[in-house]
Write a protein that binds this ligand. Structure first.
Ligand code: UD1
Ligand code: UDP
Length: 371
């Protein structure tokens, strides 16, 4: 059985590590997994470092698309992936999450009747201004199997009529929705110990457990909107008066910060994007995590760290429901208050994201679906 895994952005490379690991451990004799990198992320510290660190097979195909306007970037990916799929036969295409690479993979495969398997399906922000929301809704619709990481994601799909729909794919195959658990949780369980054993980052940066804040910002509506960017960084610089605020800086945010004149940025501890194991160590030891990232808010939860979510909404609503996250939007006062609230409170972190074996379950389901 020959599968094509389509990835392009940092979090997809990390998610693909879980699937590659499961294939290698349990299905190497029956499944050949070819990785296609669209090239959406291309800096060494946004891409290649993850292949090396997480021992993911190198992509056999790299389309080298790079950055660009949304439509142009997606169109180039679509063209490139279609060419690959028409030259070689694949039994199925695996896509992850909600980036432009996800959408291009789903479109290219479904148009030539190749089964699509969507990992991290059913997430919704209900904010259609987000390119990610557009990408995930269309990708879910085109997928033969939607692998939902949480019950909330299954419920979202049900509400959209996925169960009721008589949808049939090529060869009269039915659509399936499977509650698989979260491959990012698999990864965190698998790598957390290794990360704390191996990484010297805390020592190198002279950071002590529970004595710093970890922040990341990259969401397009936070970076491209000057008012929101300013409000967020005003909050972070205010908090930096009290404690160290470490920010592994996404290249998008770096570029935009360089174009504006925001006061007190020198109070912040900016570092380049770090490796996955280093990020786990930073998350595990932070007093509070402050982020607009989807993956980082979940990893904060896995490590039982409270999280200030600098967005108006989240797809991972369970984190809010359990009091482990506060939606502070890009509101300076609200962000600072949320941080202060989390500096002294006890939170319960139940296991909501599966049992750490989502990847095995996913690969097994794909195998039986295609057999
Ligand atoms: C993309 C995803 C987003 C995901 C994020 C993960 C879409 C629509 N967005 O956002 O859902 O959360 O990846 O990090 O697919 N850049 C570099 N070097 C790189 C990559 C990007 O300098 O290696 C800069 C470029 O200026 C580029 C900008 O970052 O224009 C944005 O990159 P892009 O991939 O378009 O979107 P992200 O914001 O990274
Ligand atoms: N991450 C990383 N290094 C960093 C920042 C993030 O390895 O400097 C990891 C993080 O641990 C998580 C993933 O990247 O696994 C999240 O990706 P990102 O925030 O870029 O995107 P999102 O999850 O919002 O789509």
């Amino acid at each position: 059985m020959k599968l094509l895994t389509v990835i392009g952005a940092r979090p997809q490379i990390i998610k693909a590590a879980a699937i590659s690991r499961a294939i290698k451990a349990y299905f190497s004799e029956t499944i050949s997994d070819i990785i296609l990198h669209t090239g959406q992320h291309y800096d060494e510290n946004m891409s290649q470092q993850f292949f090396s660190e997480l021992q993911i097979p190198q992509p056999l195909i790299n389309l080298g698309i790079g950055s660009g306007p949304q439509g142009e970037q997606t169109a180039k990916m679509l063209t490139g992936i279609e060419q690959v799929l028409t030259k070689q036969h694949f039994d199925g295409v695996i896509i992850y999450g909600d980036t432009n690479s996800t959408l291009a993979g789903a479109l290219a495969a479904s148009k030539i009747q190749t089964p699509v398997f969507h990992i991290e399906a059913g997430l919704r922000s209900y904010n259609m201004t987000m390119p990610e929301e557009q990408n995930r809704i269309i990708s879910d619709q085109l997928s033969n199997i939607c692998f939902a990481p949480t019950q909330t994601a299954v419920d979202n799909l049900r509400r959209e009529g996925f169960f009721d729909s008589p949808t049939r794919f090529h060869h009269n195959r039915e659509r399936r929705i499977i509650l698989s658990g979260d491959v990012m949780y698999d990864n965190t369980l698998f790598y957390a110990q290794l990360a704390s054993k191996q990484s010297r980052l805390l020592l190198d940066l002279q950071l002590k457990k529970d004595q710093y804040i970890l922040a990341t910002v990259h969401r397009n509506y936070n970076t491209d909107n000057l008012q929101r960017l300013t409000s967020i960084f005003q909050a972070l610089t205010a908090i930096a008066n009290e404690t160290t605020v470490v920010i592994p800086l996404h290249p998008r945010t770096k570029k935009l910060l360089a174009t504006v004149d925001l006061p007190h940025l020198d109070r912040l501890f900016f570092i380049p994007p770090v490796s996955y194991l280093e990020m786990l160590v930073l998350e595990q030891n932070a007093q509070v995590v402050m982020t607009d990232s989807g993956g980082v808010q979940k990893e904060a939860f896995f490590f039982e760290r409270p999280c200030v979510i600098m967005r108006p909404e989240t797809e991972w609503t369970e984190i809010i429901d359990h009091g482990a996250g506060i939606l502070a939007d890009a509101d300076t006062d609200h962000i600072v208050e949320a941080y202060q609230q989390f500096s002294h409170c006890t939170i319960h972190f139940p296991p909501l994201f599966g049992d750490g074996h989502a990847a095995e379950k996913i690969v097994n389901e794909i195998r039986s679906y295609l057999s």
